[in-house]
Design a protein around this ligand. Structure first.
Ligand SMILES: Cc1ncc(COP(=O)(O)O)c(C=O)c1O
Length: 426
């Protein structure tokens, strides 16, 4: 055997070192970057996809209102969620809970009867779960709303507007569509439709609300989101928004106020905060035509408008959207409230312009009403307190009514205030 020379030993040493370095680069090195990536994720420098980007919204001090009232008025900027509203969290929670319980499967269809923010949020998040979204709305709703939902990939079914007690009310149709999808999935009915571009769901169409199946035979079942009664809505705020507000204020807040539609936001946050500290006061701000103010303050649902039989076409006689209701939902029943205030449409319109001019905040009608509520609470409990409310969505969603000068003028709602005089502040 030939003797091993110095140069051969050197070559072997170099080769060994190269092998060791490349082993570490390939294995340990990649693990290092994986670990540091995870670390970044956990420190929230990175959000892991769309769903992880929902929530943890900023809490913004509204400087103008804070200075005018002598209170710290803080607003949870839910309008900064990826889908543009407070309903993103709700959509995520509804879908996650349904998947966990097995009521919904990946590839299934989430149905909802709504033309509002919840439908937009469901349509936004459903693809992240490999699910579809089917929305049923009355056919007198602006075409723009269904176009928006379709652009997000949802299918939209426009039905004849009828009373909620009618089986073909759009909410009842949405519930029925989920059942139909489940029946189809469980029976494995073969569908021979030729247009198989999207095999799970057939394109949107108008129905008369009858039993026309909108799902093809190979759909993976359905789940009715049911935002008014499904307590996943409440839990989204009880487990998410409430704890975030608590952390962002270091637990030092005195009051919370918000309007209610389904009641999920008000219920989830009020219950969480009062469990943390029972001295935190929680209030409802209620728009015209809603029965909740009377329910909270007098224990009965009653509105003057209804008693006099002069209900307007607008469901709750208000320009504000998504808030006000004349029945008690499962979600609202979870609220822990200390009182309620009434807000007017004029106050909401004036508040929106005041916030835009003084703070650069371009907010929707319910957010403006919430800020009216924050000032009412400040006036009621006095200066030196910290009051939290919600900015639900942006003014961009409200261009055709709330921010339309002609529409406002037709309804006697043209804003004219120079400051906060509409709320009795100098
Ligand atoms: C824009 C907007 N703001 C506020 C609300 C009220 O929130 P909640 O349903 O949690 O009471 C809704 C409800 O749909 C909404 O769409």
């Amino acid at each position: 055997m030939a003797p091993v020379t110095v140069s051969t030993t050197g070559a072997i040493a170099v080769s060994l070192s190269m092998a060791v370095i490349s082993y570490f680069l390939c294995n340990y090195g990649s693990k290092l970057s994986w670990r540091s990536w995870l670390k970044q994720l956990s420190s929230k420098k990175l959000r892991n996809g769309l769903i992880d980007a929902i929530g943890n919204t900023p809490l913004i001090r509204i400087n103008s209102l804070s200075e005018a009232t002598g209170c710290e008025i803080l607003a949870k900027a839910e309008l900064l969620n990826p889908g543009g509203s407070v309903k993103d969290r709700v959509a995520v929670k509804i879908i996650q809970e349904a998947l966990d319980s097995g009521e919904l499967t990946h590839g299934g269809v989430v149905t909802e009867g709504s033309a509002g923010s919840t439908a937009i949020s469901l349509a936004t998040v459903a693809p992240s779960y490999g699910c579809k979204c089917h929305v049923v709305i009355p056919d007198d709703v602006a075409l723009e709303k269904s176009q928006k939902l379709e652009a997000l990939g949802a299918t939209v079914e426009r039905v004849r507007p009828v009373s909620i007690t009618h089986r073909d009310h759009y909410v009842n149709v949405a519930r029925r569509r989920a059942l139909e999808a489940n029946e189809l999935a469980s029976k494995h009915i073969k569908d021979d439709r030729k247009d198989a571009k999207d095999p799970g769901l057939i394109n949107s169409h108008t129905s008369e609300g009858g039993d026309i199946s909108v799902f093809s035979s190979n759909c993976k079942g359905g789940f009715f989101a049911d935002q008014f009664e499904n307590l996943a809505n409440f839990r989204a705020h009880y487990e998410g928004t409430g704890p975030e507000i608590w952390e962002q204020t270091d637990g030092s807040l005195h009051a919370f106020v918000a309007a209610a539609g389904t009641g999920g936001t008000l219920a989830g946050i009020s219950r969480f905060l009062q469990e943390k500290n029972p001295t935190i006061k929680c209030f409802l701000i209620d728009p015209p035509g809603s029965g909740l103010f009377n329910k909270v303050t007098r224990g009965v649902m009653y509105t003057k408008e209804e008693a006099e039989g002069r209900r307007l076409k607008n469901p709750f006689d208000t320009i504000t959207e998504g808030i006000g209701i004349n029945r008690l939902t499962n979600n609202f029943l979870m609220a822990e409230l200390d009182g309620a205030f009434r807000g007017t449409d004029m106050e909401a319109v004036e508040m929106s312009r005041f916030l835009l001019k003084n703070d650069g905040l371009f907010v929707g009608s319910s957010s403006a009403m919430n800020c009216v509520g924050a000032v009412r609470v400040a006036q009621s409990i006095g200066p030196g307190h910290t009051i939290v409310t919600i900015l639900c969505d942006s003014g961009m969603r409200h261009l055709s009514k709330f921010y339309d000068a002609q529409y406002l003028s037709q309804h006697g709602l043209t804003p004219s205030a120079t400051g906060l005089e509409f709320l009795g502040l100098g």
